[in-house]
Design a protein around this ligand. Sequence first.
Ligand code: DGL
Length: 247
Amino acid sequence: MNAFSPVGFFDSGIGGLCVLDAFRRRLPREDTVYIADTANCPYGNRPAAEIVRLARRHARTLLARGCKMVVVACNTATAAAIDDLRAKWPDVPFVGIEPAVKPAALRSKSGVVGVLATQGTFGGRLYRETCARFAKNTTVLTCVADEFVALVERGETTGARAEAAVRRKIEPLLSAGADVLVLGCTHFPHLKPLIEKVANGRAKVVEPSGAVARQAERLLAERGLLNPSGGTSHVFIDTGGKASAHD
Ligand code: DGL
């Protein structure tokens, strides 16, 4: 693997495409390989050991394709498996994603933030530690929003049913005083326009795709692995369908 090698991404489905998009906007000369594990979606309620097994499988596939870095474009998989992946492949840079609790706590004026994520993400050590470190003086409300994952995988990101689902989840957070909503699952930014519509100015919506892209850039630069001339090959692998390559 060298600077010309692609960067690998995986998620339980199409959620992580928002991370891929942020990455490609920031680093347009990088080639990419993205695995959407739709055969095993959702990950949200799976035991951690099972997610570790799936994450290892995706990392192995991406490394076999010569990837120089792996971005775990899934909060749930990061929570369950990032330590394991780093221990198993110590020479490979892995970038994870976690709910943006720190920026949310900094931006909140009411002192109340609402975090939307999966059960797996809330159950992880990373989330607990981040809250303890960066949100000591903030009330952090949690909301498991698994229905959003199903809506996004079905492509149902507009319409009355999606709006009602969004309203059911975020109204209680807003009523409890949350003025920042954290999208702690990579599927949720696909519903951001609807979430903002329902919030109607009562809360800001934050998600960390841009921060993940910046961290990936930093790690590549540090290792001299930024691609000077790629950006033409973007492979999409759907474990529930068939692989295709596209620009
Ligand atoms: N997109 C994933 C995340 O960021 C998980 C969604 C799921 O499969 O439950 O947490």
